[in-house]
Design a protein around this ligand. Structure first.
Ligand SMILES: [Cu+2]
Length: 128
């Protein structure tokens, strides 16, 4: 391979990295805000406040940064019956305040697994 071709490959690889970084940064900006202030969370909280009296804590493998936490939070918040979500890469779990009459642990796990993480239904605690 010529020197020139190598340089082009390196440049392409470098710009792919920058795109990935930008995506991570973009995801990270919302991280510092508490979960309950997101527009989806606010809407859900208003709708589900009366019945969202249960907290499901589910073990999640594969999160490495705040972008991962945000992806999980946003995906699980979309589920019907979910009022608030807190995901922690460091703690390796997601905490979901929800109405157990509307959403099940397998549904929450499926939403997380669909993103490529590994939610372990067997390592789940449900507290009221
Ligand atoms: Cu990440």
């Amino acid at each position: 391979m010529s020197f020139r071709a190598n340089r082009i490959l390196i440049a392409a690889a470098a710009s792919a990295c920058l795109v990935a970084l930008a995506a991570c940064e973009r995801n990270s900006t919302a991280t510092d805000a508490p979960a309950a202030t997101g527009p989806v969370a606010a809407k859900k909280a208003a709708a589900a406040a009366a019945s969202a009296d249960t907290t499901v804590t589910i073990a999640v493998e594969g999160m490495s940064c705040s972008g991962c936490e945000n992806s999980i939070r946003e995906a699980v918040e979309k589920l019907d019956g979910v009022a608030a979500v807190r995901a922690t890469a460091k703690g390796k779990y997601a905490e979901v305040r929800c109405d157990p009459a509307k959403v099940t642990v397998p549904q929450i796990a499926a939403a997380i697994n669909k993103l490529g993480y590994k939610a372990d239904e067997k390592q789940t605690t449900v507290t009221k």
